[in-house]
Design a protein around this ligand. Structure first.
Ligand code: ZN
Length: 336
């Protein structure tokens, strides 16, 4: 077997791997489809996640077929199609623990059916199922924005997470969504998902465009744009300041992007907008809702995948995932 490991800064290798034997509380899943995540690329740049092991195993967006079930595990059988929820495993799959999904056979330690191992609905392909993790991240970001039908929302960034946010917002009746990205391919995907507008923030006056789309409202002695919530899935250092300077009274900003360096922003300006800035990470509760929505949304979900490559070409997949025009790069296992 093989396993994709980070060995150092920018040093990622497909290593020979011996899967540990499964115990009575464990399940083994034969991987069928695994998505490449933006965080995988960040971990490679960082040289891995600090952990007691010499390497960082990659892959946390996996779906596959159960091939071994520990004697103590009830409710799942060999042959079942499942999604792995890496946040709910004790071994931090693909995020600093010994296991990662970029391998032929994944050991899921202390597996719990309905928690760390989730059945794939009838008629859903492994590729769509493997989108569960990023879609759950996106849904959690939307949940943290606490918006309702009729609200006006701006999403910064149309990578897989930002696109997932556009999808969930529209699915919930929040149809006035303005998506922002530098890459024309990504803006086109946001429009195809139903965004009202998709703009290149580097080549427009964002405030002026938002005034056109969302209007202007008096806001404590000044005028703010009519946007109710901003969601940052891009992480550009100027976003926080730009949003604060144009935000209306009681608007919200949810930060889901990973900022590696401290940034300055005009706190004083926030005083008169009483705006809320919060963050969102992971998906504490969202996966079951994402899975339940898959049969209804499967065609839209398929549009989030821009490339599919075999496991043998995972290194090429990492390169493609780093290009601005790509969306989700999916790795398929040979017999998937
Ligand atoms: Zn991910």
């Amino acid at each position: 077997m093989r396993l994709l490991n980070i060995h150092g800064v920018g040093d990622v290798r497909l290593d020979a791997y011996q899967r540990p034997a499964a115990g009575p509380q464990d399940v083994v899943v034969k991987m069928k489809a695994v998505g490449i995540c933006g965080s995988d690329l960040s971990y490679i740049k960082m040289g891995g996640i600090p952990n007691p092991l010499a390497t960082t195993a990659l892959g946390h967006e996996g779906a596959g077929e159960v091939i071994e079930v520990g004697a103590d595990i009830a409710g799942i059988s060999v042959g079942d199609a499942v999604i792995v929820n890496p946040m709910m495993t004790p071994s931090n799959i693909g995020s600093g623990g010994p296991e990662g999904c970029f391998t032929e056979e994944l050991l899921v330690r202390d597996a719990a059916v309905g928690v760390s191992i989730l059945p794939i609905p009838e008629g859903i392909s492994y590729e769509i199922a493997a989108l569960c993790e990023p879609l759950a991240v996106a849904m959690h970001g939307v949940n943290r924005a606490d918006v309702k039908a009729g609200d006006k929302v701006v999403v910064f960034g149309c990578g897989p997470i930002g696109l997932g946010m556009v999808l969930w917002l529209i699915d919930r009746g929040v149809t006035d969504v303005v998506a922002l990205d530098l890459a024309p391919e990504r803006r086109a995907r946001a429009l195809a998902l139903g965004a009202r507008a998709a703009l290149d923030p580097a080549n427009c006056d964002l405030r002026a465009e938002l005034v056109k789309l969302h209007g202007e409202v008096p806001s404590y002695g000044r005028v703010g744009v009519g946007t109710d919530a901003f969601i940052d899935a891009a992480g550009a250092p100027s976003i926080l300041t730009d949003v604060i300077m144009m935000a209306k009274f009681h608007s919200k900003l949810v930060i889901t992007a990973a900022y590696m360096k401290p940034i300055e922003f005009p706190v004083g300006r926030m005083l008169t907008s009483e705006m809320t800035i919060t963050t969102a990470v992971g998906y504490p509760t969202e996966m079951p809702e994402v899975i339940a929505a898959m049969p209804r949304l499967k065609d839209k979900l398929a549009s989030l995948i821009s490339h599919t490559l075999p496991f043998a070409e995972v290194m090429k997949g990492l390169e493609i995932a780093a290009t601005p025009g790509s969306a989700k790069v999916m790795i398929e296992f040979e017999d998937a």
